[in-house]
Design a protein around this ligand. Structure first.
Ligand SMILES: *Cc1c(COP(=O)(O)O)cnc(C)c1O
Length: 414
């Protein structure tokens, strides 16, 4: 089955008892049982069943099964947000005294989380772009996980998953990949060598900009060494599934970051059109990037532009697509603001992955608390404009951005 057919008819699609085509929203806190013996069995994991929605809920399970199938994993857990997914995934493998190796140019919330983990005695070594040789040198006896984003935003660096996972695996370390900007339509990190995939479902997976969510998928292939990964020691008997089991029955349950059933439903129906949306979004982004790059004085950063430093990965890892995010440098902050303010269709909003084109000036918003070095590592300058391209008609977007840029020279507004 190709992607869209699998999405709609894959083995994970629920056969609902009342023949509903979509999973019903089980908007309940708890589930009742006929007798105590039955509930006891559920608590002992001796029989399948739901007890309490923080620990499991049929709407969440339907969404988890579907994303698990798309990513090719063995189990998935959905979370209240992308940040709650990143937190749970890392805390499942790290203890005080352990180290994480992470790329630079990561999502701001993730960088802040690494600073929080520092206070718990979990140290992060940040590398520029996760070059495989640098990773090899940075791995030491305390390293427990290598963490990177497949396509960083807004710097648009691509993680070389086959090379980096090889080096991590040689040292007995798993690779966790945040694939939010790539989506399962563009890339399947597990098939490239990653061990765990994380998404903020708030972005492209939901796609309609109507709920916050996150998801973690376990590839189930990593040969855990329980003397090194002592955080998983109690789950030794699950062998290669130890991470997934610890995550679900321990860390995720106890952190309490479950997804709301209605958000799982919204993310589930968002997924229905993931393939269609990504196809259109990537085509629009490619056309807009190429058109804006022709304008004098405008420097565009987009993966499919010839000469982009990560261009080769478009074919190697991203199925020929460049994703939905592009940035351009306007020349000055003032000019960037004038362009943004005069756009007719792009909404000024701090989000990505919506159906609608969204635009923001990252230096004065998302990176307001970062220093200059951190901003440059993230590809953010005083004059950078970030565009999360939507599904409008490409010709309209091109006209809108071109007019906004041309008018910005005179300070005029349309
Ligand atoms: C948005 C985002 C997150 C955080 O997700 P939330 O759903 O906002 O908590 C993590 N990683 C990446 C790459 C993101 O874009």
């Amino acid at each position: 089955m190709e992607f869209n057919t699998k999405l709609l008819h894959g083995s994970s699609i629920s056969k609902n008892p009342n023949r509903e085509i979509l999973p019903p929203i089980s908007q309940v806190s708890a589930f009742r049982y006929e007798n105590m013996e039955e509930l006891e069995k559920v608590f002992q994991h001796r029989s399948m069943g739901y007890a309490y929605s923080r620990i499991g809920n049929p709407t969440l399970s339907a969404f988890e099964r579907r994303i698990n199938e798309l990513e090719g994993g063995v189990s998935a857990v959905c979370c209240s947000s992308g940040m709650s997914a990143v937190t749970a995934a890392l805390l499942a493998v790290c203890k005080t005294g352990d180290e994480i190796i992470a790329g630079s140019g990561l999502y701001g919330g993730t960088i802040d989380l690494f600073h929080d983990l520092e206070k718990l005695g979990i140290h992060t070594v940040f590398l520029d772009g996760l070059d495989s040789e640098e990773v090899r040198k940075a791995i030491n006896e305390k390293t427990r996980v290598v963490f990177g984003e497949l396509i960083s935003n807004p710097s648009l660096k691509v993680l070389d998953i086959p090379a980096v996972s090889q080096i991590a695996h040689d040292a007995g370390i798993p690779l966790f990949v945040d694939s939010t900007s790539a989506t399962p339509y563009i890339a399947r990190p597990l098939s490239l060598g990653a061990d765990v995939v994380i998404h903020s479902a708030s972005k492209y997976i939901n796609g309609g900009g109507n709920s916050i969510g996150g998801v973690i998928v376990d590839g189930g292939k990593f040969p855990w060494d329980f003397e090194k990964h002592t955080a998983l020691e109690e789950f030794k008997r699950y062998s290669k599934r130890a991470f997934g089991v610890r995550l679900r029955t321990d860390i995720w349950e106890n952190l309490g970051g479950c997804m709301a059933p209605v958000n799982a439903f919204l993310s589930y129906i968002g997924l229905d059109t993931l393939g269609l949306r990504m196809e259109k979004i990537c085509e629009n982004a490619d056309r807009l990037a190429k058109a804006l790059n022709e304008i004098e004085g405008i420097k565009v950063n987009y993966l499919t532009l010839p000469g982009h430093p990560y261009h080769v990965y478009v074919e190697k890892e991203l199925s020929g697509y460049g994703g939905g995010i592009l940035t351009f440098r306007a020349g000055s902050k003032e000019k960037a603001f004038r362009i943004i303010n005069s756009l007719k269709y792009a909404l000024i909003a701090s989000n990505i992955g919506d159906l609608r084109t969204l635009v923001i000036h990252p230096a004065s918003t998302l990176y307001i608390h970062s220093n200059e070095a951190e901003r440059e590592a993230a590809g953010v300058y005083e004059d950078t404009v970030r565009v999360s391209v939507g599904i409008e008609d490409a010709d309209d977007l091109i006209k809108d951005f071109t007019a906004a840029i041309e008018n910005s020279d005179t300070g005029g507004y349309i």
